[in-house]
Design a protein around this ligand. Sequence first.
Ligand SMILES: Nc1ncnc2c1ncn2[C@@H]1O[C@H](COP(=O)(O)OP(=O)(O)OP(=O)(O)O)[C@@H](O)[C@H]1O
Ligand SMILES: [Mg+2]
Length: 300
Amino acid sequence: MAKITCPSCGYEIDTPGIVTVCPECGADLRGVMEEVGHQREEMMATIARDDSVTTHEFIVRTRGLTKIYVMGEVEVPALRGVDLDVRRGEYLSIMGPSGSGKSTLFNMVGGLDKPTDGTCFIEEVDMAQLDAFELAWLRCRKIGYIFQTFNLIPVMTALENVTLPMIFAGMGTDEMMERGRTLLDLVGLGDRLHHKPYELSGGQQQRVAVARALANAPAIILADEPTGNLDLQTGKEIIDLLKELNRESGVTVISATHDLKMIDVSDRIVHIRDGEVERIEQRADLELEIGTLGSEHVTD
Ligand SMILES: Nc1ncnc2c1ncn2[C@@H]1O[C@H](COP(=O)(O)OP(=O)(O)OP(=O)(O)O)[C@@H](O)[C@H]1O
Ligand SMILES: [Mg+2]
């Protein structure tokens, strides 16, 4: 989302796309649009950063990840030995029917819950070896979380929600306020800083959640059904925003989804079923399949 001001008549336009002509006076806006595009790219590059001293190819690896929930006498196996390697800078979608274990996998990778068995490495660090302080540090600095139900704090404004994780990271007030404004501007909510969640639409609330996930310049964004509560168009805008962030800033995005629109932007799609990885599709293979289908159609 970008705000364009016509240099001839001063007309202001909020646009998620490209506008070449001012709807008010017909002036040529290509130059203004290009300038705004450059500024946005520069901003994106500083928003999330991978400040690791190591450059392991895989930012996340799981080996034999198993989770069995125990409910009284009953054991519910939610993950049954998941081996998954996620490349640095990758956009990975996890798809699978309801109850297949997507959120459980997220909770393990995000350090929000502990596996029953198996290992999860973040940059080759075994999360099980971290003490409570180290785990809290990792969650706060390395990972940004986005949930289906936004999970904003209702009594706080958009700006307060976005700056909260910065308080935990020990950022100074001035820097925090400036970064909070920049992030909200980036997600198209520069004019909604002081709105509380109930004063925002669902899509706007999820934008605040995206900005909050970026608060401490994470290396990984974990998004669990980020478009699950949004209409088609708003969902598409959130997906495009995540993809833009992934492309411009190199942040690794791992997203659980039922949303087929996600396939278009994913590098790989991991299908899970009954707590196991069923198959993994590469973006390149999908494109190849579409290409092959196309050529078969032509020769028919
Ligand atoms: N806290 C819990 N206690 C007991 N069982 C649980 C718990 N959380 C999840 N489960 C069970 O584990 C399995 C996997 O659940 P999970 O929430 O990971 O699925 P999901 O793929 O995210 O589904 P959805 O698409 O509906 O969000 C399900 O059978 C669920 O009932
Ligand atoms: Mg889930």
